[in-house]
Ligand binder design. Structure first.
Ligand code: NAI
Length: 246
């Protein structure tokens, strides 16, 4: 479905990003992963991708730094020749009630989740314009749509991604560049590993499908949005949440 396509995935070394990278590679895409640092986990992911017979590379970049975002994009475009799909997946949480949030918690979450998404998208947008095509997929969250106690800054960063996604869709649609967002619900990854069994059970009660999601559940939608099957879809925010927020 993605044969001959090249995809860039931020935070692609683990969790949801890794599942998207594997799904894209299984469907024939070459993959550039962006990660904050080299690690065994990241090398293992690149190895798994290469074993699927595609080109795969790891690019170390802290996306909150606009200069690193620009230089990494240049490096990827030079190595791969072009890019067709960008998945802005990297994200962090610093959960606390508003009164307990430190200045640096607020800065960290906005810098990585929202500004990082903008910096990386801006770094690739000229190449998409030049080739008159591209699919940008931003990973938001259902809490960006519904809000959540203890997640004020995280929810704000994810709501910001929704506004950014719709604006990019309007600004670049005539250049055949699509921009959509995925809003996952509770997905089992390192990010949600901190939840207790009791919290997990409580959460399941609020989910019509009665289970937490898997990274693969998100990857399926990413594949659809990255491929030509969704060629007339842009500016959308699609939930993958087992019906949690309907
Ligand atoms: P994770 O913590 O397993 O993975 C996040 C990835 O982002 C890691 O690879 C990390 O190295 C990377 N990253 C963090 N800061 C970075 C930076 N400054 N520069 C470059 N890379 C950086 O988390 P998970 O669960 O896989 O989340 C992926 C995305 O999905 C995040 O944006 C998260 O907010 C979102 N999401 C996750 C949900 C869940 O239930 N797990 C629910 C809704 C949204």
């Amino acid at each position: 479905m993605l044969k001959g396509k090249k995809a860039v995935i931020t935070g692609g070394s683990r969790g949801i990003g890794k599942a998207i990278a594997l799904k894209f590679a299984e469907n024939g895409a070459d993959i550039a992963i962006i990660a904050t640092r080299e690690s065994e986990e990241a090398s293992e992911t690149v190895k798994e991708l290469s074993e699927l017979g595609v080109r795969a590379g790891l690019y170390v970049c802290n996306i909150r730094d606009p200069e690193q975002a620009e230089s990494t994009a240049r490096e990827i475009l030079s190595d791969f020749g072009s890019a067709d799909i960008l998945v802005n997946n990297a994200g962090i949480t610093r959960d606390n009630l508003l009164a307990g949030l430190k200045n640096e918690d607020i800065d960290d979450v906005i810098d990585v989740n929202l500004k990082g998404c903008m910096f990386v998208t801006r770094a690739f947008i000229r190449s998409f314009v030049k080739q008159h095509g591209g699919s940008i997929i931003n990973i938001s969250s259902v809490v960006g749509l519904m809000g959540n106690k203890g997640q004020t800054v995280y929810a704000a960063s994810k709501a910001g991604i929704v506004g950014f996604t719709k604006s990019v869709a309007k600004e670049y649609g005539r250049k055949n560049i699509r921009c959509n967002a995925i809003a996952p619900g509770y997905i089992t990854t390192d990010m949600t590993a901190a939840l207790s069994e009791a919290q997990t059970e409580e959460m399941k009660k609020a989910i019509p499908l009665s289970r937490l999601g898997s990274p693969g559940d998100v990857a399926g939608l990413a594949l659809f949005l990255g491929s030509d099957m969704s060629s007339y879809i842009t500016g959308e925010v699609i939930k993958v949440d087992g019906g949690m927020y309907v």
